[in-house]
Design a protein around this ligand. Structure first.
Ligand SMILES: CC(C)(COP(=O)(O)OP(=O)(O)OC[C@H]1O[C@@H](n2cnc3c(N)ncnc32)[C@H](O)[C@@H]1OP(=O)(O)O)[C@@H](O)C(=O)NCCC(=O)NCCS
Length: 187
């Protein structure tokens, strides 16, 4: 994709996802999340071409400047948006689809130290709330949402909400939900 077109798409995406966003020029200067994804796209290209050292150095410099640590090996789709930046960790074997949004403090991490696929796969349209930890090679299904501060270690089906520690999956449609806690337990 043409670089200018991609930048315009990212700026439009920032406006769409953040009610506090104002003009594109201001957003391009002040949004750490945009700086992080733009730098990642360069680092990922370097990584794929075998320039692994420079890719890691660029990722580290970006982390220093934005507080967002994305391993250059991570695969990230279009219209990815990080609101607020800071405290984000995205591991090497993470795969992220299109139109995904993360808030600050999110970890997409591993649970094992072996060099295998050990990080999550996040499908299109997923939103991950502030402080949430998604751990292991699990899949978060299309259009699902992870609640703020949830710890998710099991797959989440498409169009579900995962909340709490350990996270419980609820259909996104409230009509199909069962209570997280059985009220009889307290009576
Ligand atoms: C999970 C989330 C996406 C809500 O999705 P939703 O489809 O609108 O779901 P609801 O608000 O109807 O909540 C569904 C249930 O989960 C509970 N819930 C919602 N968010 C929760 C959270 N973060 N932790 C624990 N429980 C949560 C609700 O109380 C409700 O429980 P109930 O069915 O027993 O009443 C949202 O609550 C959330 O956490 N968003 C992240 C926002 C964020 O990080 N903002 C930072 C801005 S700086």
């Amino acid at each position: 994709m043409n670089i200018l077109k991609m930048i315009r798409e990212d700026l439009a995406n920032a406006r769409e996802h953040d009610p506090a966003a104002r003009g594109d020029v201001e957003n391009a200067v002040v949004y750490s999340g945009l700086h992080a994804i733009w730098a990642h796209r360069v680092a990922h290209q370097l990584w794929q071409r075998g320039w692994k050292g420079p890719a890691r150095i660029l990722a580290q410099a970006t982390r220093f400047l934005t507080g967002v640590e994305i391993h250059p090996g991570a695969t990230i789709g279009r219209r990815f948006f990080i609101d607020h930046g800071m405290g984000i960790v995205i591991g090497e074997t993470t795969e992220i689809g299109d139109g995904v949004m993360l808030y600050h403090g999110v970890t997409l991490g591993g649970q094992v130290l072996t060099q295998t696929k050990r990080h999550p796969t996040i499908e299109d349209g997923v939103v991950i709330g502030a402080g949430a930890k998604v751990l292991g090679p699990i899949t978060i299904g299309k259009d699902s949402a992870i609640g703020a501060n949830a710890v998710v270690t099991k797959p989440v089906p498409a169009n579900h909400v995962a909340v709490g520690i350990p996270a419980k999956n609820l259909p996104r449609d409230p009509e199909h939900r069962v209570k997280l806690v059985d009220p009889d337990y307290f009576i």
